[in-house]
Design a protein around this ligand. Structure first.
Ligand code: NG1
Ligand code: ZN
Length: 529
């Protein structure tokens, strides 16, 4: 290790004394001014992780749906997954070491994680459109360089694009080409193949209005223009040329406020969707003729995917195990519909993509979505091989055709992480193939009335939970209070948990009417103080 160089560079990216941050649900997030040292150190950590795994590691500079003034960083593991939990601890340790302890901390991590400092290291970097992102990604580069790592800076990319690049690189091109062109070509080819048949039968062109949250999604859709399937005509709104990132728009805003974003003029029954700031989430919506807003969230996207994939799997006649993974925030009506009507097993895990992804890997076809619109589908290697083989060799026409559709779905879906552009194309393909309107999709089931609240408390960590965060084990007595409140309302449930991305406690409630869901959430939030 170049000790003198390390001293010099860490002085350029000094840690504010006493500041401690934690690698949380979505990596580090904070006000951008507080993150210089974090970026430098995460560049260093990516080098160590690369040496430990012998693979390329990703570093993405983004704070997703958070305000423009914030920023954040997360590491991407070899197959495009989130950083392994055992390394989150090292990330936190390195981030919080005082400047003079930096070298010692690196050595300690290398010992604990058996990192051979002599090995080559390779890191891919990406960033979102925040004004602070360029400079912060420069700090990441400094961190990589000081430990002797190689890097490739992709510059402005969506979070899922960076995940895709890392996966392509580490699978020697099996997953695709690690270039933006490779990504656009892969998606547009799979989409066109999928809907070819419907089009020849005279299907009209699809129209879609997209709110890009004034973020990276708009840039990437523009870049994709020449590859973008002609069958879907898109109109981009909130492209970042006029307004601030995520301000009164984007998937998170639309989901939380249950209303249309600013800057998108919506006519009755027009199909609309919103990406979030780094384009890894998507929600759909429309306005009915009476002017009522209808949100189609991640739960309904998971439902659409499940219906479609289940039908195809039945057609190919293979006993492939399919399941849906949700979190406690999934609307109870979606869980019931999936279990009782679609008849697919549903599993509930802790909040955070890494937990959903991990659980989904247990199945041949694992569909996961957070209610907020982050999700994807994972196909096991065995399932993928079976499907590709059937698509090529199966004699029975109907079976072979179904296998071909599945094969194109595999190629259209970004299996590394939720991806707004890919999910949007999957949704448009399914709606086209099934001849469904947004209204018909929305009508599959009706959400139970619900309310999500934030509560500010002195120390949110006093709340500890179990049962996929649906029950509080500490502080003593809190769960009993919640149980008593829930009993007062019909068809109700409620839970509380500390947020992993904000200094708040989240309260969620469902009940038979909106008034009751609101009242229950309010009463539970009082019990949290
Ligand atoms: P926290 O702040 O831990 O609730 C939020 C979202 C998660 C996930 C992460 C990462 C809700 C209720 N929580 O986590 O689903 O998306 O941010 O962005 O939406
Ligand atoms: Zn995001």
């Amino acid at each position: 290790m170049d000790v003198e160089g390390l001293k010099k560079y860490s002085a350029l990216h000094p840690k504010p004394a006493g500041l401690t941050l934690q690698y949380g649900t979505a990596g580090f997030r904070s006000k951008a001014q507080q993150l210089e040292h974090i970026m430098f150190r995460m560049g260093m950590l990516a080098v160590l992780r690369s040496r430990a795994t012998g693979a390329t590691i990703g570093v993405m500079v983004t704070a997703s749906h958070n305000p423009e003034e914030d920023n954040g960083v997360k590491l991407v593991d070899p197959l495009g997954e989130m950083l392994h939990p055992s390394w989150e601890e090292y990330a936190t340790q390195l981030a919080n070491a005082e400047d003079q302890e930096l070298q010692k901390t690196v050595t300690e991590i290398c010992q604990k994680a058996a990192v051979n400092q002599q090995k080559d290291a390779s890191v891919f970097i990406g960033r979102d459109t925040r004004p602070s992102s360029k400079e912060l990604s420069q700090a990441v580069i400094d961190g990589i360089s000081i430990l002797g790592g190689q890097y490739h800076d992709y510059g402005l990319v969506t979070t899922p694009q960076l995940h895709y690049m890392v996966c392509c690189q580490n699978t020697q091109g099996q997953y695709g080409e690690p270039t933006l062109e490779g990504y656009y070509q892969k998606l547009s080819k799979a989409f066109t193949e999928l809907i070819k048949k419907s089009l020849s039968s005279g299907e009209a062109q699809r129209q879609l209005k997209i709110d890009c949250a004034n973020g990276i999604g708009a840039l990437k859709l523009a870049e994709m223009e020449t590859y973008f399937p002609k069958e879907v005509q898109i109109q981009v709104y909130n492209d970042g040329t006029k307004e601030k990132l995520n301000h009164l728009c984007g998937a998170d805003f639309v989901k939380v406020h249950q209303k249309p974003p600013k800057g998108l003029d919506m006519k009755p029954n027009e199909s609309c969707c919103s990406f979030d700031g780094d384009a890894d989430r998507i929600v759909y919506y429309y306005m009915d003729t009476a002017g009522h807003f209808h949100l189609i969230d991640g739960d309904k996207i998971a439902t659409l995917f499940s219906i479609f994939l289940k039908e195809l799997l039945a057609k190919v006649g293979q006993t492939l195990k399919m399941a849906v993974v949700q979190t406690a925030y999934a609307n109870g009506s979606s869980t019931r519909y999936l279990e009782e009507t679609v008849q697919v097993p549903v599993h509930c895990v802790k909040t955070g993509v890494k937990h959903l992804h991990h659980k989904a890997q247990e199945f041949d076809v694992g569909i996961y979505f957070e209610a907020n619109g982050h999700g994807t589908v994972l196909f096991s290697k065995a399932a993928e091989n079976t499907i590709r083989q059937l698509a090529k060799e199966e004699k029975d026409d109907a079976k072979r055709e179904a296998a071909k559709v599945l094969e194109n779905m595999i190629d259209l879906i970004n299996q590394t992480v939720g991806d707004a552009i890919s999910d949007m194309l999957v949704i448009e393909a399914i709606l086209t193939l099934k001849g469904l309107t947004l209204q018909q999709w929305d009508a599959l089931y009706t959400d139970f009335p619900s309310r999500l609240l934030k509560v500010q408390v002195a120390d949110r960590q006093v709340i500890d939970t179990t049962d996929a965060e649906r029950r509080a084990v500490t502080p003593p007595g809190l769960q009993e209070k919640i149980d008593a409140l829930v009993k007062k309302y019909k068809l109700s449930r409620a839970f509380v948990r500390p947020s992993g991305t904000e200094d708040v406690v989240r309260v969620y409630a469902e009940a038979d009417t909106q008034e009751n869901a609101d009242a229950l959430a309010h009463e539970v939030s009082l019990a949290v103080y």
